[in-house]
Write a protein that binds this ligand. Structure first.
Ligand code: TYC
Length: 122
């Protein structure tokens, strides 16, 4: 089936915003306008230490929800245990929020007080 072609198929909008400007010779010059949009903020998911959650459960959670191998997950768990907290991963806001919910849900189901939070990175 034939589809309707656009009124002016060769005219496309410029790749980035431009403003027409008249120079001295009567020629139209297109000047680039600086982009105003910033890239979206990224969020780090920080896990917190507590005195009750078993180390093995924390290693499991880091492997399962942050896709780390066992050795890396163990190193992160030990850093949390020793320093009080550590970053488990960096994500978009939606994904970071979802990771926090998944961890909180798993901790609740197993009766552990494990906590993590999503922090904007500037
Ligand atoms: N401090 C806990 C213990 O000694 C282990 C632990 C590590 C708990 C990391 C939470 O995010 C955590 N059993």
């Amino acid at each position: 089936m034939a589809t309707k072609s656009p009124a002016n198929p060769t005219k496309h909008p410029p790749a980035s915003p431009t403003l027409p400007k008249q120079d001295d010779g009567g020629t139209t010059v297109l000047e680039r306008v600086p982009q105003k949009t910033k890239p979206p903020l990224m969020y780090q998911v920080v896990m917190l230490n507590d005195d009750y959650t078993p180390m093995e459960f924390v290693v499991f959670v880091i492997q399962e929800f942050f896709k780390k191998d066992r050795q890396t997950a163990t190193q992160i768990m030990l850093k949390i245990h020793l320093d009080g907290k550590a970053v488990c991963g960096v994500f978009s806001k939606d994904i970071a929020t979802s990771k926090v919910e998944q961890v909180s849900q798993a901790a609740k189901e197993h009766g552990h007080p494990l906590q993590c939070l999503a922090e904007p990175m500037e």
